[in-house]
Design a protein around this ligand. Structure first.
Ligand code: SF4
Length: 234
């Protein structure tokens, strides 16, 4: 598998203390991406590591998986390496190691992959098809289809919405989509825009004035809760 980097993180990439792998390659090109170096399919900084090597490394890290922790695969877009990811997830499942993926939700194989994932985090970056394409370079249709299918199956899901001034500040439009689904086991989180990865764009960063206020995030929470949707903050 192509791995750009790895490290431990507590609570923000799934429950507990987790070993987080950033996989190389993404099929989106979000104009605010904080991991722009993870977007190309190939990157000389990424390491090729076999499933067996990764499994061994994860097993050796097991002592660190406290507070319900485990392993998280993110990106880039982890589902682009679906075959190897599924092989590794199956090994982790068989060895009772908690698994999590963070995904942009677009993979045609997401429902298949999700069978082997204990904690599923799916982004939804826009509610409008044309605007989604404009800001991410990719269609929204697959994302909506996958989210609806996964929610309707009743599985646990953590949906994350990056809130960006001038891009997607319309909580009602998002909430109206989710309110039509089975959200009994879903939680929703709003991530205020940041510029942590701006330096990686080497002067070509594409968002201006993206910051939102605490009041905007509170408005998202309030609107979602008025639709009966559960919100969280990690
Ligand atoms: S989906 Fe995530 S990794 Fe891919 S371009 Fe967008 S923000 Fe970056």
């Amino acid at each position: 598998m192509k791995i750009l980097n790895k490290g431990f993180n507590y609570s923000q990439d799934g429950p507990g203390n987790r070993l987080v792998y950033h996989l190389q390659g993404c099929n989106f090109a979000c104009k605010w991406c904080s991991n722009a170096d993870s977007i190309p399919k190939n990157n000389p900084k990424a390491n090729d590591v076999s499933v067996a090597e990764l499994f061994d490394e994860i097993c050796r890290s097991r002592m660190m998986f406290f507070d319900g922790g485990g392993v998280t695969f993110t990106g880039g877009e982890a589902t682009l390496q679906a075959d190897e990811l599924i092989e590794l997830l199956k090994l982790l499942n068989a060895n009772n190691i908690s698994t999590c993926i963070e995904t942009n939700g677009s993979s045609p194989r997401l429902t298949e992959i999700a069978q082997y994932v204990d904690y599923l985090i799916v982004d939804m970056k826009h509610f409008d098809d044309d605007e989604h394409k404009k800001w991410t370079g990719a269609p929204l249709e697959n994302v909506k289809h996958n989210i609806a299918a996964l929610l309707d199956s009743g599985r646990q899901m953590h949906v994350r919405i990056p809130v960006i001034n001038g891009v997607n500040v319309n909580p009602t439009a998002f909430a109206e989509f989710f309110a039509k689904q089975n959200t009994a086991n879903a939680v929703f989180e709003f991530l205020a825009y940041h510029e942590y990865g701006k330096d990686k764009w080497q002067g070509k960063y594409q968002i201006e004035n993206g910051f939102v206020s605490d009041e905007t995030i509170k408005e998202f929470i309030s609107v979602f809760e008025s639709f009966g949707l559960r919100t969280v903050s990690t």
